[in-house]
Every structure is written in structure tokens, then in C-alpha cells.
Design a protein around this ligand. Sequence first.
Ligand code: SF4
Ligand code: SF4
Length: 193
Amino acid sequence: MAGQVGFHVEQDRCIGCFTCQIACKDKNDLEVGQRWRRVEEIAGGGYTRVGEAIRGNVYAYWISISCNHCQDPLCVKNCPTGAMYKRPEDGVVLVDERKCIGCRYCTWSCPYGAPQYDPGKGKVGKCNFCLDLVEKGEEPACVAACPMRALHAGDLEELARKYGGTSAIKGLPDPKLTKPSLLISPHRHAVDK
Ligand code: SF4
Ligand code: SF4
């Protein structure tokens, strides 16, 4: 593996089934309330009256999101112990549990809400890109589990060449904050003005 790795999400394929979220919880044996990947619905639009008729213009789409292994990660910058760090070889952002003192600065710094404080352990955990699987040539658990094949993981430049996409969509923070390694082929309402 060389270069920055990341995720691609094909939003029109995502049906909001939560399989990726559950596969991640299962793989990482996460307690209730701990979500290293989560699926959220964004809904908008409304109804207008046209004479006697009601015209509908409502929409909904899903965002499947985890840690984005950002290229400018605020979680790493604001971790006082160096527990949160970015691997130089592939840009994966990891937590060294031995150094984590559970201060939660990373949870407050991350605009994506990715790091999860585990009160049982007194430590923070988050997506580790399923490195144990990836290093064996397998896909991360969320990617492998998605029945709609809406998720992809790999070298970010290759993902961009293959699928294109953007990390600036309605419902997510401004990507200038952390430069997320996330590409989304957006639902049309996720990018309309
Ligand atoms: S498993 Fe796939 S289709 Fe289901 S919520 Fe996750 S990304 Fe969407
Ligand atoms: S998504 Fe959040 S936790 Fe993950 S690297 Fe970016 S700032 Fe850090």
C-alpha cells in the first residue's frame, strides 16, 4: 500500500440499511452507543399548494460515515499525549491506547464526530481502516458487508480516478477543516444549491 488511503461512497446506491454500521460494531466488538461507522438520514424539501393541489418536493438521502483518515486531522493536532497519530506510510489515523488518557479532546476536535469515548475503558476508539483485514488483502468489514456495494476503500488517488466524487456535500462539515480522505458520488440533492 502506498499513498493516502480513504473511502468512497456511492450515495445513490445507499439504501440506509445500516449493514455497514452493524458490521463495524460486530468486527470491533463495540459496546452499545459506540459507533465507529454510522449511517444518517438527511431529509429536506417540502410541499407547496398550487391551486387546490399540493405539490411535493421532499427528498431524503443517506450518509454512511466513519473516520476519514484526514490529511489535516484536527484530532491529531489537538491530542495532548500523541496517542492519536497518522501513519506516514498510508495516512491511516490511529489511536495508541497505551497513550490515550481519555481526555476526549479528539472527540471535541473532530468535525465528523468520529472518535468515540468508551466510558468502560476510559479511552477513545475509532475506525482503524480494518488494517488487520486490509493487510491480508481483504476489504474493511463495512465495505465487504454493504449489500448495495455502495462503499469502497483503497488508495485515494485510485478511488478518485475510478469513481470521482467530492467531500463537500450538504450534511457534512466543510472539507477545508481537515481535508478528509473521503470521496462521495453525491445524491443530486446533496449538492444542489
Ligand atoms: S451497508 Fe451500504 S447500503 Fe447499507 S447503509 Fe451502509 S452504505 Fe448504505
Ligand atoms: S475524521 Fe475526525 S477523527 Fe478521523 S482523522 Fe479526521 S479529524 Fe481525525
